[in-house]
Design a protein around this ligand. Structure first.
Ligand code: ADP
Ligand code: MG
Length: 139
């Protein structure tokens, strides 16, 4: 198994509900390490840049408006198979389909406002980490 790094975001719905501590604690309990962490408030342009891969999808406007509607906490998680592990801890995109005990089952209100983001592959993890952090930020 490989040690990987992945980007995690506590989305604006979850920061609004004061869930940052619970979500970060869950990652640590699951054995993932926090390599870097920052609270940010993305502009619409910054959210559009981050989600450029979804440009043209019907939910792009709603998604980028939501992601720039309030602060997020962006983190780099590190651990064995961190990319897949994080996706498992998060649960399915739609909380109605997310497994019991996953972050989205516990905390998400809808498919759009779904509490957390996680990179889905090594290439996207590298690009997404570099969107928010420089190499010197990662410890
Ligand atoms: P994931 O975040 O699980 O990787 P996607 O990459 O497919 O999911 O979508 C990115 C984000 O866009 C989702 O987390 C969610 O916030 C939003 N989204 C996805 N599908 C929809 C939809 N049908 N309606 C509204 N928002 C959506
Ligand atoms: Mg995705």
């Amino acid at each position: 198994m490989a040690i990987e790094r992945t980007l995690s975001i506590v989305k604006p719905d979850a920061t609004r509900k004061n869930l940052v501590g619970k979500i970060v604690a869950r990652f640590e309990e699951e054995g993932l390490r926090i390599c870097a962490m920052r609270k940010i408030h993305m502009s619409l342009r910054e959210a559009e840049g981050f989600y450029a891969v979804h440009k043209g999808r019907p939910f792009f406007g709603e998604l980028t408006a939501f992601m720039s509607s309030g602060p997020c906490v962006v983190m780099v998680l590190e651990g064995e198979n961190a990319i897949l592990r994080n996706r498992e801890i998060m649960g399915a995109t739609n909380p109605a389909q997310a497994a019991e005990g996953t972050l989205r089952k516990l905390y998400a209100a809808s498919i759009g406002e779904n509490a957390v983001h996680g990179s889905d592959a090594p290439e996207t993890a590298a690009t997404e980490i570099a969107y928010f952090f420089s190499a010197l930020d990662l410890h």
